[in-house]
Design a protein around this ligand. Structure first.
Ligand code: NDP
Ligand code: 13P
Length: 295
């Protein structure tokens, strides 16, 4: 059995750490890093199992440039919707990999906790149940794994909660209180369900680890990059400066634009994501709060 993680950022390194409990797990990235079992891209691509931990926005370009399908089984660990096209990751990957070789990881998982071996529970989502169970079996005992066939539901949850985490960070940054944050998260859950249902997601996904689990985590902790983006926006910092200081990806910034475009195109009511997209374009957060309360 050969397995490699593509992308040695925060999440890629945490996944490699977890999967190395039971196997030799290789890892590759653009830049050479002093990590055990770091290999070049050519060697990684010969592995039977590949885990993609790249930002959602670069996935299509990366696949076009580097990937040719030769039977690899894929687990996609990114969370986001492509800005511009509004494409979900399963749609992008479907151009390069047969559906029965594709699976998607979801659930509450701060890389900084996984890399310490702290427990969590995750979901492997695939239309191919055998593949999902195969990937699930690779995870170490400190990660409890479940499987699901609701790929689109998991994807919407993983992407949408990043936008709601920005909203929650703004809410806390403006010191609106615990009641306001709980209201925002609860309405956010309803909103992301409405959005997901339009694209065929199943109800139960929103109440489980992929939905409520990851949303509650990300929207209530400064460990979340997206939440921190929200905190800094509330302080009046410029998005450009925030992202430079962050130095890591905050997917909600791009996904909010994608949700904005998809919601307009398909007439889906997504008021929170709508306001976040406007704030990221310069709208004053306090005015957004007033507009949300009045809506
Ligand atoms: N961090 C977390 O807790 C979690 C993150 N995720 C998701 O995983 C994905 C990756 O996040 P994370 O690892 O934290 O992000 P980081 O910013 O820490 O790392 C991003 C990685 O992507 C690589 N990369 C960036 N741009 C390109 C490009 N144009 N071509 C090739 N490689 C590129 C970087 O390569 P290099 O190292 O060479 O610079 C780096 O390895 C995101 O979608 C995120 O939402 C999901 C669950 C948890
Ligand atoms: O997806 C995550 C936890 O499940 C990580 O969230 P952030 O990208 O906001 O840090």
């Amino acid at each position: 059995m050969s397995i490699a993680v593509i992308g040695a950022g925060k999440w890629g390194q945490a996944l490699q750490f977890a999967l190395s409990r039971n196997f030799t797990c290789k890892i590759t990235s653009r830049q050479q890093k002093s990590i055990e079992n770091f290999v070049n891209l050519e060697e990684a691509l010969t592995c039977q199992y590949l885990i993609f931990a790249l930002p959602a926005q670069v996935v299509r370009g990366w696949l076009e440039t580097h990937f040719s399908f030769s039977g690899q089984k894929i687990l996609v660990a990114a969370k986001g919707i492509e800005q511009g096209s509004g494409a979900f990751l399963n749609e992008i990957f479907a151009n390069f990999v047969p559906e029965d070789h594709l699976s998607f990881l979801s659930g509450p998982s701060f890389a900084s906790e996984v890399i310490q071996g702290l427990p969590t529970a995750l979901v492997i989502n695939s239309t191919n149940d055998i593949l999902a169970k195969e990937f699930a079996s690779f995870f170490p005992s400190f990660i409890k794994t479940y499987t699901s066939k609701d790929v689109i539901g998991a994807e919407v949850c993983g992407a949408y909660k990043n936008v709601l985490a920005i909203a929650s960070g703004i809410c806390d940054g403006l010191r609106l209180g615990n009641n306001a944050r709980a209201s925002l998260i609860a309405r956010g859950l309803v909103e992301m369900r409405r959005f997901g249902k339009y694209f065929g997601a199943q109800d139960e996904t929103f109440l489980g680890l992929s939905g409520a689990g990851d949303l509650f985590l990300t929207a209530s902790s400064t460990l979340s990059r997206n939440y921190r983006v929200g905190l800094f926006l509330a302080e009046g910092k410029k998005l450009e400066d925030i992202l430079i200081a962050l130095g890591e990806v905050a997917e909600g910034v791009f996904t909010s634009a994608a949700i904005f475009e998809l919601s307009l195109k398909h007439t889906i009511y997504t008021p929170i994501a709508h306001e976040i997209a406007l704030i990221l374009k310069g709208k004053e957060p306090r005015i957004s709060v007033k507009d949300l309360l009045a809506d």
